[in-house]
Design a protein around this ligand. Structure first.
Ligand SMILES: *Cc1c(COP(=O)(O)O)cnc(C)c1O
Length: 718
């Protein structure tokens, strides 16, 4: 039985390819395609939260018939079709031009989550959005990437905040039949492509293919009748359940992912494990080699030569560790197929100096990859320090871990209005000159008034969005006026608006700005130069500390002393993130150094001309230049971090940020501020896009591996 997405049968012939457009995620970063769906039925477009398939299913047939006769609609439609059909080949792309010798080769990219669009809820946050941006940029560049992940039918979770500020986690099921997914079947029509043994039982692995422009993403699914009920919901939820569930998910992702690629005839020459969750992909490839009679040591060498591991966090809680007993139960007896003893297999995951009896996914990935990278310059240094023990006897600086700084996908994160401004200023073909640094220098000459005007429009859109959300929540279920205040109904469109949107994890310090409440209060309620803060973010469902921090912030949003100048927006996800990074005046980022590996939301803001104030951690450590925003400098030796940082934060706001924002010329334009905006845009356009990131992965890692160029193999010590 072949499962397939529900067909939209009543599309008029002239516009029947709307279905095809909607089933490739590429529509989401094509300006014309977005405009096309907006034109089709604007209220429905808003109502479905920009979900084109749902829109096509619900749109009135009469409306479709009208569009099929409308010249303007048809012109746009034809342009979109010809644009998106260009995705059928990679002729003329950056990769095809620069790497003609590598045509026909493939890079596999494994990740536990992908954040592509809010209509495909299979991500939880930063890691997923980064993986999504990696796929999109690879598609733009023609990089022959094939991605592998898990299908989550209950996604992460939807957030509802109770009246007392406590986060409740609610579920909305994602029906894959309603997504841009195509179900795959085995050679005899069976609904699975591979079988994996886990905890002594066979688990059948089905797969869905999602097209992200030129990049196919294979999403594994175990919800099949053939499976034991305990395994059917295996991949239903992201980062949920106990260690057993997670281990099984990661085993299915790694082992099942390689087997599914084999089943569909993909033969990658380079394998990229994006974070340790994907490490079993390396183990399966070891097994493939030993099954052919290769010795374990030779198999190690071959797997290492074609593998890259990217580590994403220095925070220990972000690294998966399982007990060896559990790993043995789940994977056993895979070591027999590897031709080694149980202990030799488990040793792949041993940390040399800590956590005896534990199996580290990141250690496995590090042992089985010849190349390892962190995700920003500073995180590279930090990773060399953290993983130093794996290369005992070396200087930290000689630990073979490098870095590729993350970037964000420009066409996804830059607002339509900002792009239109760049069309006017740089010429309509600027999208073809993205690699030219002089292009980005030119943004410094944008007219101040024009840029400020575009920013104010985007800010108004955010304010309208916030009011709409508050109205909906109020009429839905809130009967309490204070809730509506907390939701931002008292925000002032003219006041300096600070955005803070990120996961509630303690190192991100969302409560730092409340450390001296009187000092903050003076800043916020100043009659002439008011300041307001918009918060959003989720705490991991199992993170009680994170939930307490969220509750604290939430309660400040309802504290009458702050006069409605702190707002909390529920359910931080991609759509809301877009609104926020495009519409606030200043992006605030307060991680406790050196714990933020990179951070990307500030980059998204900068692409919309929103400068950042941040500690010198993650990407800001290498991006801040004094012109593009503000930095909290490190505490002098021995100083206490949080107190120092809070002091710096208040002083910067009082002495520099607020005065600059309110210093207006005769047209009401804050020239000094607009200057910061331009520098922020230039910095990120030139150096922090996903395009630059993927190009760097290709040059440094993918292409040399595909060409089997000689490299120094520097395996960790025993
Ligand atoms: C960009 C993004 C993140 C990650 O932001 P950080 O700055 O890395 O914390 C998380 N969630 C969503 C929805 C995002 O868009």
């Amino acid at each position: 039985m072949k499962r397939s997405t529900i067909a939209v049968s009543y599309l008029p012939e002239r516009i029947e390819a709307l279905q095809e457009i909607a089933t490739n995620v590429a529509w989401s970063w094509n300006r014309d395609a977005r405009a096309l769906f907006g034109l089709l039925d604007r209220p429905l477009w808003h109502l479905t939260r920009h979900n084109p398939l749902e829109q096509l299913r619900r749109v009135d047939p009469g409306r479709l018939a009208t569009c099929a006769r409308n010249t303007k609609f048809l012109q746009l439609y034809d342009r979109v079709i010809s644009d998106l059909r260009a995705n059928d080949s990679n002729v003329g792309t950056w990769f095809a031009q620069d790497y003609p010798d590598l045509s026909g080769r493939t890079v596999a990219y494994f990740c536990a989550e992908f954040g592509l669009h809010n209509s495909v809820p299979i991500y939880s946050g930063g890691l997923g959005v980064l993986a999504g941006d990696h796929c999109k940029a690879s598609s733009d560049l023609g990089v022959p990437l094939v991605a592998v992940g898990l299908l989550y039918t209950q996604g992460y979770f939807d957030q509802r905040i109770r009246l007392d500020g406590w986060q409740e986690d609610t579920d909305e099921r994602f029906d894959p039949q309603m997504g841009p997914l195509e179900s795959l079947t085995g050679p005899n029509g069976e609904p699975w492509l591979a079988v994996v043994r886990a905890f002594g039982r066979p688990v059948h692995i089905g797969a869905w293919r999602m097209k992200v422009g030129r990049v196919p993403v294979y999403l594994l699914d175990t919800d099949l009748e053939q499976n034991d009920p305990a395994d059917r919901g295996l991949a239903s939820r992201l980062y949920a359940g106990g260690p057993e569930q997670r281990l099984k998910q990661e085993w299915a992702l790694g082992i099942g992912g390689v087997r599914v690629l084999r089943a569909v005839g993909v033969d990658p020459g380079e394998w990229h494990a994006n974070e340790g969750h994907a490490a079993f992909m390396l183990v399966e490839r070891l097994r493939e080699h030993t099954a052919k009679g290769t010795s374990f040591d030779d198999a190690m060498r071959q797997v290492r030569a074609t593998s890259l591991f990217t580590t994403h966090t220095p925070v220990p809680a972000g690294h998966d560790i399982f007990s060896c007993d559990l790993v043995e139960q789940c994977t056993g007896p895979v070591w027999e197929e590897l031709g080694v003893g149980r202990d030799a297999f488990l040793r792949l995951g041993y940390h040399p100096t800590r956590d005896h009896g534990q199996f580290h996914m990141a250690v496995v990935a590090g042992r089985l990859s010849s190349r390892i990278n962190g995700v920003a310059k500073r995180h590279g240094e930090e990773s060399r320090r953290i993983w130093h023990d794996l290369w005992p006897g070396r200087k930290t600086s000689q630990v073979p871990i490098s870095y590729v700084t993350n970037g964000v996908h420009l066409a996804t994160w830059m607002s339509h209005r900002m792009m239109a401004l760049l069309d006017n200023h740089l010429g309509p073909d600027w999208g073809n000159r993205l690699d030219d640094p002089s292009l980005w220098a030119q943004v410094l000459t944008i007219d101040d008034q024009v840029l400020w005007f575009v920013h104010c429009e985007l800010k108004n859109i955010l304010m309208a969005f916030i009011r709409e959300q508050a109205r909906r929540r109020w009429s839905d279920e809130w009967k309490e006026a204070q809730h509506v205040v907390g939701a931002g109904t008292l925000l002032d469109p003219d006041a300096l608006t600070i955005g803070f949107g990120r996961r509630f994890a303690s190192y991100k310090r969302s409560t730092l700005i409340f450390r001296d409440i009187e000092r903050l209060r003076k800043l916020l309620i100043n009659t002439w130069r008011p300041v307001q803060i918009v918060f959003s973010g989720k705490a991991h469902p199992a993170d009680e500390d994170g939930k307490k921090m969220l509750q604290e912030v939430y309660q400040f949003s309802r504290d009458p002393r702050l006069e409605g100048r702190v707002a909390f927006l529920e359910d931080y996800e991609l759509h809301l993130a877009h609104r926020m990074v495009q519409g606030v005046d200043l992006w605030l980022n307060l991680p406790r150094p050196p714990l933020e590996a990179c951070g990307t939301s500030g980059m998204k803001a900068a692409l919309n001309g929103v400068p950042q104030l941040s500690t010198l951690d993650g990407w800001w450590f290498e991006a801040y230049d004094g012109l593009n925003g503000w930095a909290i400098k490190p505490a002098p030796e021995g100083g206490e971090g949080d107190d120092w940082d809070a002091e710096q934060l208040y002083s910067l706001l009082e002495d520099e940020v607020v005065p600059l924002f309110y210093d207006r010329d005769q047209h009401g334009v804050p020239q000094g501020w607009v200057d910061k905006m331009k520098h922020a845009l230039r910095t990120v356009g030139e150096r922090f896009t996903a395009r630059r990131m993927v190009q760097q992965y290709v040059k440094t890692y993918y292409a040399p591996a595909l060409r089997a160029e000689a490299f120094v193999d520097d395996p960790p010590g025993a």
